[in-house]
Design a protein. Structure first.
Length: 406
């Protein structure tokens, strides 16, 4: 993305300079006008072939965990509330970071701010750490002079978003582990246990029961094509993953998940919780509703729900109340729609969305517990059934052992 050096005057006549990354010069002009700056000059900076700290950090360093970002944001809010300048806060917080990636990023952000750039523009250089929600809220905080309050809201939002993500992961962890164990146990039995029985049965002679012959043939096939099976399995996994990364593939999978009763309720509750929390945080920080809905939709996780929310945005852009297009989606529960209607009528939509998010956080807890209680016995029965069927098929000839010996 091109980098532009700009110079301009604020409404108070103060001369300011800075550097912004943008798609084109028109984008830079739009950003600066929104900040109330009268532009005097804009020049595109040509990239040098030499050392680029930002690019180096992006490509070759590790990740910043959400917990680290949450702690940083909360500490940043406390320091801003104590009256420290932004660049000094960034320097102190950057130096104390144990994560070297985060340390370099914060010190680079501090240097960019000292060069005349806004904090939001400096953070925008690292989208993998500071997403659109974070950057837009910081931009709104800079314009409104409420940096401390917005940072505290951001810290709370990140904390609750991570909790919600953990709940969803915990719901999927147990069945995945049981499935992996089942595959491992079956592979071990077919590879090491069955050949022993096969030698014994071959020595006894006679006709083996059909289930026993099937299991022995499966064992022979697995041992003869072990590496081929691994390669094919890896290829199938990579293929499914690649398809899911495409827009069409992800939409198909997300649509299928919404049709499965076991997962439908959980997916919708998670989507409502995420959407309500994000939109509440952005509206309470002064972000325009259309922009807030657009950013909120990106973090939903399910393509079908995201498309429904984008239709809500289109309805609002046409002058409708939020409730009308929201009801037309037929995805959001009636209780959510009624609460949002009350929020719009009373002018406290952000507070109502916050209450909806709190309620659905608890609903997700209950849904995860219910799903786990449903899946656990099913997986245990599945694992026991597979292993039991293999063992019974191998013990069938032993029941006929006397006949075979004769």
């Amino acid at each position: 993305m091109p980098t532009y050096a700009w110079e301009g005057k604020t409404r108070d006549g103060v001369i300011k300079r800075g550097v912004i990354e943008a798609l084109n010069q028109a984008s830079v002009e739009a950003v600066l006008r929104a900040q109330g700056i009268t532009i005097t000059s804009i020049k595109e900076k040509k990239e040098r072939a030499g050392f680029n700290l930002t690019e180096l950090i992006r490509r070759f360093t590790g990740k910043v965990k959400q917990k680290e970002l949450m702690v940083f944001t909360r500490q940043f809010a406390v320091m801003i509330g104590a009256g420290l300048p932004i660049n000094q806060c960034l320097e102190i917080l950057g130096i104390q970071q144990k994560n070297q990636t985060f340390k370099k990023i914060l010190l680079d952000v501090k240097a960019t701010v000292e060069g005349g750039s806004n904090l939001a523009d400096a953070l925008r250089k690292y989208p993998n750490v500071f997403d659109d929600l974070y950057v837009n809220l910081i931009a709104a905080a800079e314009m409104g002079g409420v940096m401390e309050q917005v940072l505290l809201r951001l810290a709370t939002y990140i904390e609750k978003a991570e909790k919600l993500k953990g709940q969803v992961k915990s719901a999927m962890t147990y069945p995945v582990i049981v499935l992996v164990v089942a595959v491992g146990v079956v592979a071990v039995i077919l590879t090491f246990v069955i050949p022993t029985f096969e030698k014994m049965f071959t020595g006894l002679g006679g006709n083996l029961p059909t289930p026993t012959r099937i299991v022995i043939n499966m064992s022979k096939f697995l041992r003869a094509n072990f590496y081929i099976i691994i390669i094919i399995g890896a290829g199938v996994f990579y293929g499914i993953r690649s398809i899911y990364k495409t827009q069409l593939g992800k939409r198909a999978v997300d649509s299928l998940l919404l049709k499965i009763p076991m997962f439908q309720s959980l997916i919708i509750k998670v989507a409502v919780a995420r959407f309500s929390r994000t939109l509440s945080t952005m509206l309470s920080s002064g972000v325009p509703i259309l922009e807030a809905i657009d950013i909120s939709a990106r973090g939903i996780g399910n393509t079908i729900v995201k498309e429904a929310i984008m239709k809500v945005k289109e309805g609002i852009a046409e002058g409708k109340q939020m409730v009308e297009p929201l009801k037309a989606t037929k995805i959001f529960p009636d209780m959510v729609i009624q609460m949002i209607a009350v929020g719009e009528q009373t002018g406290a939509l952000d507070q109502m969305l916050g209450k909806i998010a709190d309620f659905y956080d608890e609903e997700v807890d209950a849904a995860v517990a219910a799903l786990a209680s449903m899946i656990e016995p099913l997986m245990v029965v599945f694992l026991g059934g597979v292993v039991g069927a293999l063992l019974v098929s191998m013990y069938l000839p032993i029941f006929k052992l006397a006949t075979l010996i004769k």
